[in-house]
Design a protein around this ligand. Sequence first.
Ligand SMILES: [Ca+2]
Length: 168
Amino acid sequence: MTSTRPARPPRAGDFGLAKGGGALMAVVRFGTFSRYGHAAICEAIDAGGRAWVIEPMPTGCRRRLADLGEFVWSDVDLTASQAEQIVDYARTTIGLRYDWPSILGFVARFWGAKIRGRSGDHADQKLICSELVVWAYRRVGVDLCPGKAPGDVSPGDLDQWLDDRRRV
Ligand SMILES: [Ca+2]
């Protein structure tokens, strides 16, 4: 749970992890024992050095201009084609609804419980933040959490993956 700063500036296709504001993201942090409650895909870096991010929110998946410092960014070596496909896919999810059962799953995780019947995961038609990242990366052959349903992957799990990767 201690991601260090990446070795390069963020670029399109990277994902970012953030503490996240509001009660809901506090619940995610609490339920998953992580300091991160939010995740987003970087769509582009604008001329002013800020990031256009695509992020599933309780009100639906949206695009927003964010300060780079709001997120700790991934630094996976993506090819130009992979980065483009990740961004293209993320764009198709704008407007999709939030996947509340995934959040319930994180709360249940805190109690050591598993909620049955979530494996369908609403596929990728309803999304939470970290789930979008997992779907987008799987499409280009990068599996951030092998064996896990994307809707079961928390921002903290992605943080763990980045950490494990940097330690190797
Ligand atoms: Ca889902």
